[in-house]
Design a protein around this ligand. Structure first.
Ligand code: MN
Length: 533
């Protein structure tokens, strides 16, 4: 069982307040999960505690780590959202809400998963920490997947490879990506997993012996040239990733040169290029195999120099050269840039901070590209008017998903959910209501119930009273104040965006003739896709 001491020890310079906060979350979580068991028969609490420790290792802030401790508390029903908000604040509650799976009574099967994922990504658009908690949650669940009932394992494993691993990759969290893929692989394709493991094992012994000699030679050479502060390590290619590559290379292992790679980790960027010079002077590089991801980082922010050289001791070897900071960033990605910064809603400010630092801010580009596509209708680039601008990683994800038989329904759900022009808002209880863009509290009230609409007295968005013509934004929590004496006014017809609401308002006002100038024309551009359905 992970202790609170271990969690705190994994944190990066926690303040005294942080420690008290984490201890409080730890205690509440332990009490709330008292008596519950995991499929393995162990106490349920091992799961949130392990999730929190992973988040601490990623370098996350106290709020996120506490959210990791409390992420299953509401779903399992022993603590209320109100308690959590009172004790731990709005930010933490927002993260917990985003991670919470939807209740089974409203959604079922694939629909439930699509809905839960939609909610997760909507919440992520305003606070990326939601997604990071979800990844830590999934990471630990994958470590204990063998205990889950057999009929669920494959679905969870597939979802991990198709959805969560690409997300981890997109966030630059290379270590998490590799490990969840390899944990999932045996449940997705047991035969291929066994075969790949055998192939890698055969190759590993000879590679390791060879690499040990190369390392020794290289260490001496670097020292001779004055580069004394550095360390090396050997990284083995992940099994899933090796399997993918083997399939592309017609199962010919001799064509794969990066089963093992030798890493040189140095203090400064200059040292990277100096080390590269020494490596290339010592061993002949393969033409066309050198990549400078320091000058040209990968879209997820990954930085390193990669070169493939021919060595007398070990044949063809991939060598990766990077700084300690790059190394940490390659493992924990976005999380490693976030330590103790209040990221939350302020992505722009964070981007500025990051631009000041040497690090690439590219890892945030996807967040930016995801947010507008969720929040508003793209104007298009002229070529394809009326098309939603889909973040390419999400489109790729959907495509990759489509190849898997049986998950069609899920993909269709994804596409519908993400790619049409909707906003997703929440009731105070956390239920999702989706509405057309520019919908107002009036639309929201009628979407819940016509009686609520007809007696709409006031509306609060995220706790603040707003006027009835306020356009709702993605992720808003909307609370309707009802009063028996309240009635629709003619102005409401203009404010409402949904035909459902307008129909009810007109009925309540006793208006029967159709509008002279239907409001939807204002939104024609936005509606093109809808009408095409
Ligand atoms: Mn969980």
């Amino acid at each position: 069982m992970t202790t609170v001491k271990e969690i705190v020890a994994a944190m990066h310079k926690p303040s005294e307040e942080d420690v008290v906060y984490i201890e409080k979350a730890y205690d509440l979580s332990r009490r709330a999960h008292e008596g519950q068991l995991r499929y393995s028969g162990e106490p349920y609490f091992i799961h949130p505690a392990a999730t929190a420790k992973l988040l601490a290792e990623f370098g996350m802030d106290a709020t996120t780590i506490a959210a990791g401790l409390l992420h299953d508390v509401v779903e399992d029903g022993k603590a209320t959202r109100e308690d959590i908000e009172k004790e731990f604040g709005k930010e933490l509650l927002f993260i917990v809400d985003g991670v919470t799976k939807l209740g089974t009574h409203r959604y079922h099967g694939a629909e439930r998963h699509a809905e839960s994922l939609r909610r997760l990504l909507v919440a992520t658009a305003s606070d990326i920490r939601v997604l990071i908690v979800k990844l830590a949650d999934r990471y630990h669940n994958m470590q204990t997947l063998e205990h889950v009932p057999e009929h669920k394992r494959r679905r969870i494993a597939l979802e991990t490879i198709e959805i969560y691993a690409p997300i981890a990759d997109r966030l630059g969290m290379g270590k998490v990506k590799r490990e969840i893929e390899d944990l999932a692989f045996p449940f997705v394709d047991p035969d291929a997993a066994r075969h790949t493991a055998e192939v890698r094992k055969l190759k590993t012994k000879e590679t390791e012996d060879g690499l040990a000699k190369v390392r020794k030679e290289l260490v001496q050479e670097l020292a001779k040239k004055g580069l004394v502060t550095f360390r090396t390590d050997i990284r083995m290619k992940g099994l899933w990733s090796l399997h993918q590559k083997l399939s592309r290379k017609h199962d010919d292992i001799t064509l794969i040169h990066d089963i093992a790679a030798l890493r040189i980790i140095v203090p400064k960027i200059e040292d990277c290029y100096a080390a590269l010079g020494i490596v290339h002077a010592l061993y002949r590089p393969l033409p066309g195999e050198f990549k400078d991801y320091i000058a040209f980082p990968k879209p997820n922010g990954y930085q390193s120099l990669h070169t493939t050289v021919v060595t007398p001791e070990a044949g063809i070897v991939e060598i990766q050269i990077r700084t300690e900071e790059m190394h940490r960033s390659a493992q924990f990605g976005i999380a490693s840039h976030m330590s103790y910064k209040q990221l939350g809603k302020d992505v722009e400010k964070l981007e500025k901070d990051m631009q000041k630092s040497r690090f690439s801010s590219l890892s945030f580009a996807w967040v930016r590209s995801l947010i507008p596509s969720l929040l508003k209708v793209s104007e298009g680039d002229g070529k394809s008017s009326g098309e939603t601008k889909i973040p390419s990683w999400l489109a790729e994800l959907a495509e990759a998903h489509a190849e898997v038989a049986g998950s069609q329904e899920f993909v269709e759900g994804l596409k519908e959910d993400f790619f049409s022009h909707r906003v997703f808002v929440f009731t105070p209880h956390g239920d999702v209501v989706d509405l057309p863009t520019a919908s107002t509290p009036i639309d929201f009230a009628y979407a819940i119930h016509s009686d609520l609409g007809n007696h709409l007295q006031g509306a609060k968005v995220n706790g603040k009273l707003v006027s009835f013509d306020t356009a709702l934004g993605n992720g808003d929590v909307v609370e309707i104040i009802r009063r028996d004496s309240a009635h629709p006014s003619p102005k409401w017809v203009e404010y409402a965006k949904t035909s459902l609401a307008r129909r009810h308002i007109r009925a309540a006002l006793g208006i029967i003739e159709p509008e002279r100038r239907p409001l939807r024309h204002r939104n024609r551009k936005h509606l093109n896709r809808k009408t095409a359905h």
